[in-house]
Each structure stands twice: as structure tokens, then as C-alpha cells.
Ligand binder design. Structure first.
Ligand code: NAG
Ligand code: NAG
Ligand code: NAG
Ligand code: NAG
Ligand code: NAG
Ligand code: NAG
Ligand code: NAG
Ligand code: NAG
Ligand code: NAG
Ligand code: NAG
Ligand code: NAG
Length: 537
């Protein structure tokens, strides 16, 4: 019986997560462009949707259709920009509602629905002279039914008028924009202060002004919705104003750490909100990390940047580029994993690393000059932000996560699969058992693959596993099942190769996954494998 429970544990432990649930990829998205007033610029805003395909032959559809013709097929790694004219209007209330404007949603139908035949990532950008904001669009299937509202940042000339009253038309308060991506009507409530609730029909968008209560406030819906926190014209400098917005991340219910890149620390504060509090902390250089069981957004004049929590670090990101502005990418990584980062094809060398005081992380910022750069790590996860500026105005967003599974070969849009089978079998029968699960008995001719696989296999379960290595009874030479040349060997130290005709790998904790020969008829668990799909950069 102990044996059975041991096997159950083994199965769970050996299922290396192939899950892409933490990526920004999806097949369905809904996008809105918040009102970008920028009073002093008579030009109309340029609103764009950027779609990056990760697989060949990706077919995009949009509703309503864009003015230009949709491309038939996007290739893996290709980004296409679509110009849109839909923009949410001002919060227009009926005259008879003017006395209670905070209590109703102002409904609009200016949303754009995007569907794709294969996984893509989507970003939205609004440019009106120096009023520039960008957002990472969360896929519809990763949206949530609950969002914590951040405290309203104090902005001189925007939020300092004391009580925010409606008849002050000079500057309105911050607003919430709630989008219903589902096919049904959704019931939404803003809770925490005076409760406000209402229905939002399929595909419609609700806007409402936000009060800055000290009690925690949150949006709760009976189906997943998307929520933006936005101001159409927050003061910048030189008496001009610009759009300011962030797409809120889904509410969490456990405490997580958010490392704060010091590059952005100047004038920055962190807007924190969770079940119990809503507060603003100044960036403290002695501890560049904040903790929250909710949302953490970095605010500095002209920028609201949703921070990436430790548990949502990724291994491959795509970083966009806005022409005629300074563009940067900011990386946060564990100080032992500074090696292995690649910007496109090129390994990152000689970066200026800043320590995140009070943490094991370091951070760097790198200027970019080419559109849509893929940033990936060979062996670790990290956080990557896209930021940019022009004079004193900033924009940025967390870079879309393309993969969360590091791979020495590149950006794994479909991660490798490594699995120790539940059933122990002979070497010969193990070939078939692996094939029955859509995998192959693993061949480890490549030393880097050997190391990567070794780092991922559990060392507290079975002690030895079959690998796809066998000795020819004709020549006595070893060969790999996949026909790779047999020249990078990893024989276990001190072990003489004996009489066995088949190859096993040791999973003892101190064994470094060394190989040994074994009697082919023994019942041993095999390691089955499937190659990743690596994006050609
Ligand atoms: C996509 O197509 C290109 C050109 O045909 C090819 O080189 C590449 O390997 C394909 N990528 C994938 C992920 O299939
Ligand atoms: C904001 O405060 C006003 C006045 O107290 C109140 O009527 C309104 O319901 C509040 N709005 C929200 C979204 O909490
Ligand atoms: C909103 O409330 C938070 C927390 O009480 C406070 O730090 C912040 O200054 C307030 N914002 C404004 C605009 O008053
Ligand atoms: C504007 O609001 C103030 C304060 O609530 C009120 O005293 C005043 O009468 C209002 N003005 C108009 C024109 O409604
Ligand atoms: C909405 O309906 C369409 C077909 O009518 C379906 O393809 C799509 O998946 C549905 N979306 C959601 C979010 O349920
Ligand atoms: C907390 O989150 C987990 C996983 O996301 C979920 O299963 C659980 O129901 C949540 N609990 C509460 C109280 O919301
Ligand atoms: C880290 O702390 C030291 C002193 O404790 C300070 O001199 C340094 O500027 C801090 N670094 C950052 C990046 O804030
Ligand atoms: C930014 O600053 C430069 C130099 O001061 C100036 O020439 C340029 O017009 C400014 N750009 C904007 C958009 O204000
Ligand atoms: C292992 O694979 C990588 C990536 O395909 C390749 O660059 C490297 O040369 C291979 N190593 C050996 C020893 O074949
Ligand atoms: C392995 O052997 C093959 C064929 O004998 C040879 O082409 C290749 O260069 C060898 N690789 C290494 C890393 O020695
Ligand atoms: C915003 C910011 O701090 N940018 C810096 C990024 O790194 C370059 C070079 O190290 C600096 O010149 C920038 O000022």
C-alpha cells in the first residue's frame, strides 16, 4: 500500500507544469480606449492595437472590423498594429441625474472584440502628442470577478480641489472603466464605500467616477470583467495634462512580494490595496520590495505601472516600441541569474545592475531601438517592463509574458513536456508506454538538455529511470533512440559500465543525474519527453 501512495505522489511530482496559465497569451480579448482629452492638443488621438502572433498562420478577427483589411495570416513572432477610432466619450449624464452622478454607470458600446485562431498577445496604445499611455490587455479567459481599487494618487492641479464635486468641470475625478467581455449581461457592484451596482450588457462598457475612500474598495461581478483605472487629463508638468491609466490586475487572496525596480524610484509611490486597506507608500530605497495580498501599482507623475509579483515572473516577454520616443526595457531578476538573459538573439552582457535593497534581486534598464523585441532567459524566470518617455512624460506597462518555462534553446511558446510515467516497465515496453501518452522515451545527447531535464526532475521520488539509450548487440556501441550521435556522455562517476544493455539515469539527490547501464528487462519508470516549440527570433 505504501508503494501505491508513493506512486501517486510520484505522478503528481513528476508532472512538470506545461501550463501557460500565467502567460499573457490568449485567443479572445476585449479592448477599449479611455477618453484621452489632452485639452491643449487639438490633434485627434492615435489609438492602436498591437497584436503579436506566436505561431504561424494565426488568423485574427475583430468586431467591429478595422478600417484597413485584416491580414490573412500572421507569422510566428510578427506584430501587427491596427489603428482604431473608437474612444470612450466623456461621462455624459442625463440632466436629471446630475445630482447623483456617482451612483450610476455611464454605458458605452465603444469596445473592440478581438478573436484569434491561435494564442497571441495584445497591447493597446493611445497617443495624443505627449499624452501617451499603453496597456497590456488581459485575455478574456484570464479576467476575474474581483478587483481591488487602488487609492487615488494625489496629483497637484488634478485631485487637490478638496471634495470632488461634479459641477467643477475643470478636472473630473479618476474613473473606473468596467468592460463586460462575456456573451451575457453581467451584474457588477462597487463595494467598500456606498455600494453601487448595475448591469452591463454583453460587450458594453461602464464608466463611473471613483471616490477616494480610506476603506478598501473593490469591484465584484457575477462573471469575469476587465477593469481600467483612468484619468483622461491628469496634470503633467508645464500646466499640461495627459491621459493616465492602468488595467487593474485580478484580485489576489494571498500575500505576495512585488520587487520595485529602483530605476523608476524617483518621485514614485506605490498604490496598494487589498481586502483590509488602501494605502500609498513612498518608495523606500532600503527595501525595494512591497508586500500585498492585493494590487500594487507604481505611480510617478504621468505613469501608472502595475507591478509584477514574484509568483508571476516569466521566462519570455515581448517588448513593444513607440516611434519618436525614448524606449526602455527594465529587467528584474535574481542576482544569481543575471547570466542567460537574451535580447532577441543576443546574450545580454555588461549591463549596469542595480541592487534591489533588502532583496536578492537586481535590476537594469536597457534602451531599445527596434520594434517588438523578444526578451528571454535560458534558465530562470524574471520580470520585464516596457517603459518610455519623452521629456518628462512617461508611459509603460508590464511586458506581455509569452512563456513561463525557461528553455536553453530560446523562447518556448509551447514548453517542453517531461514526464516520469506512473508504470514501471521493461526498456523495450517503455518506448511504447511513452508513445501512448504522445511522448517519446527521452534522448539526452545534448548536454544542455541533460542539465535542464536534471534540474526539473524530482529528486525525492524514484531513484532511477529509463532513458532512450541502448547498446547495440552487434557492435557493442551505445546509441540514442532519436539517432543523435553518442558523444556527450554523462556516466555516473565511479560506476564502471557493466553488462547491462540499456541506459538508466540516477535521480538520487547527489547524483547529478549520472547514467548507468541496466538489465533491459527490469521494471523501471521511464522518462518521456516532447520537444518545445521555440519561437524563431
Ligand atoms: C513559421 O514559418 C517560418 C517560415 O515559413 C518557419 O521558418 C518557422 O519555422 C515557422 N515557425 C513555427 C513555429 O512553426
Ligand atoms: C462617492 O461619494 C458620493 C458622495 O458621498 C456618493 O454619493 C457616491 O455613491 C460615491 N461613489 C462611489 C463610486 O463610491
Ligand atoms: C487617497 O487615499 C489614500 C489613502 O488614504 C491617500 O494616501 C491619498 O493621498 C488619497 N488621495 C487623494 C487624492 O486624496
Ligand atoms: C456647485 O457645487 C457647489 C458645492 O456643492 C454648490 O454650492 C453650487 O451651488 C454648485 N453650483 C452649481 C452651478 O450647480
Ligand atoms: C460568445 O459566443 C461566441 C459564439 O456566439 C463564442 O464563440 C464565444 O466563445 C463566446 N464568448 C464567451 C466569452 O463566452
Ligand atoms: C483564493 O484563491 C484560490 C485560488 O485562486 C481559490 O481557489 C479560492 O477560492 C480563493 N479563496 C477566496 C476566499 O476567495
Ligand atoms: C541601497 O541602500 C544603500 C544604503 O543602505 C543606499 O546607499 C543605496 O542608494 C540604496 N540603493 C538603491 C538602489 O536605492
Ligand atoms: C521635448 O524637449 C525638447 C527640448 O527641450 C523640445 O524641443 C521638444 O519640443 C519637447 N517635446 C515635447 C513633445 O514637448
Ligand atoms: C545543444 O543544443 C543547443 C541548442 O539547440 C545547441 O546550440 C548546442 O550546440 C547543442 N549542444 C551539443 C553539445 O550538441
Ligand atoms: C558528435 O559526433 C558527431 C558525429 O560523429 C560529430 O559530427 C559532432 O561534431 C560531435 N559533437 C561533439 C560535440 O563532439
Ligand atoms: C530611466 C532611466 O533611469 N534610464 C537610464 C537607463 O540606463 C541608461 C544607461 O545606463 C541611463 O542613461 C538612463 O538614464
Amino acid at each position: 500500500m505504501t508503494r501505491t501512495s508513493g506512486l501517486v505522489f510520484l505522478l503528481l511530482a513528476a508532472q512538470i507544469p506545461a501550463s501557460q496559465t500565467l502567460t499573457s497569451t490568449g485567443k479572445e480579448f476585449i479592448v477599449v480606449f479611455p477618453e484621452n482629452i489632452a485639452y491643449y492638443h487639438p490633434s485627434s488621438p492615435e489609438n492602436k492595437i498591437w497584436i503579436t502572433a506566436l505561431h504561424n498562420d494565426t488568423v485574427i478577427t475583430m468586431s467591429p472590423s478595422p478600417a484597413e483589411e485584416l491580414p490573412q495570416n500572421l507569422a510566428a513572432g510578427e506584430t501587427k498594429s491596427f489603428e482604431r477610432t473608437e474612444e470612450l466619450g466623456k461621462l455624459d449624464f442625463n440632466n436629471n441625474l446630475i445630482s447623483t452622478p456617482f451612483k450610476v454607470f455611464s454605458i458605452s458600446d465603444k469596445s473592440i472584440r478581438i478573436t484569434s485562431s491561435k494564442d497571441v498577445v495584445v497591447q493597446a496604445i493611445s497617443i495624443r502628442k505627449r499624452s501617451v499611455q499603453s496597456a497590456l490587455v488581459i485575455p478574456a479567459d484570464k479576467l476575474s470577478m474581483k478587483y481591488f481599487l487602488p487609492p487615488v494618487p494625489e496629483i497637484e492641479g488634478t485631485t487637490d480641489q478638496g471634495v470632488l464635486v461634479v459641477n467643477v468641470t475643470e478636472r473630473g475625478p479618476f474613473r473606473l472603466i468596467i468592460i463586460n467581455p462575456s456573451n451575457d449581461t453581467v451584474k457588477v457592484a462597487i463595494k467598500g464605500g456606498d455600494e453601487i451596482s448595475g448591469d452591463i450588457e454583453s460587450g458594453k462598457v461602464a464608466q463611473i467616477w471613483v471616490n477616494n475612500t480610506s476603506t478598501p474598495q473593490f469591484v465584484e461581478a457575477d462573471k469575469p470583467v476587465a477593469v481600467f483605472f483612468s484619468h483622461p487629463c491628469a496634470m503633467q508638468y508645464d500646466c499640461t495634462c495627459g491621459l493616465l491609466h492602468a488595467m487593474l490586475p485580478p484580485a489576489k487572496n494571498h500575500t505576495v512580494k512585488f520587487p520595485v525596480p529602483p530605476v523608476l524610484a524617483e518621485q514614485a509611490s506605490i498604490l496598494l490595496s487589498d481586502q483590509h486597506s488602501r494605502r500609498r507608500e513612498h518608495f523606500r530605497s532600503h527595501s525595494a520590495v512591497v508586500q500585498s495580498a492585493g494590487t500594487a501599482i507604481l505611480y510617478r507623475p504621468t505613469l501608472l505601472l502595475t507591478l509584477i509579483p514574484e509568483e508571476e515572473f516569466g521566462s519570455c516577454f515581448v517588448v513593444p516600441f513607440i516611434e519618436n520616443k525614448k524606449n526602455f526595457l527594465i529587467i528584474v531578476v535574481h542576482n544569481e541569474h543575471k547570466d542567460g538573459i537574451h535580447i532577441g538573439k543576443v546574450p545580454l552582457k555588461n549591463a549596469d545592475w542595480l541592487e534591489l535593497n533588502g532583496t536578492d534581486y537586481v535590476s537594469t534598464n536597457i534602451s531599445t531601438s527596434s520594434p517588438n523585441t523578444f526578451v528571454w532567459h535560458t534558465s530562470s524566470t524574471m520580470a520585464v517592463y516596457f517603459v518610455g518617455n519623452e521629456n518628462n512624460t512617461w508611459f509603460g506597462n508590464p511586458a506581455p509574458v509569452v512563456s513561463v518555462t525557461p528553455d536553453f534553446r530560446g523562447c518556448a511558446v509551447t514548453p517542453e513536456v517531461i514526464k516520469i510515467l506512473d508504470d514501471a516497465n521493461s526498456w523495450q515496453n517503455s518506448i511504447q508506454s511513452c508513445e501512448d501518452t504522445g511522448l517519446n522515451l527521452i534522448s539526452l545527447s545534448n548536454n544542455s538538455l541533460q542539465k535542464q531535464v536534471c534540474s526539473k526532475l524530482p529528486k525525492n521520488g524514484v531513484q532511477k529511470v529509463w532513458i532512450g539509450m541502448r547498446r547495440s548487440s552487434m557492435t557493442g556501441d551505445w546509441y540514442w533512440l532519436n539517432n543523435d550521435p553518442f558523444n556527450n556522455t554523462n556516466w555516473a562517476p565511479g560506476e564502471q559500465v557493466g553488462d547491462g544493455q540499456c541506459g538508466v539515469m540516477s535521480l538520487k539527490s547527489s547524483s547529478n543525474c549520472g547514467w548507468n547501464d541496466e538489465d533491459c528487462c527490469k521494471a523501471i519508470h521511464p522518462v518521456c519527453y516532447r520537444d518545445p516549440v521555440i519561437l524563431q527570433i
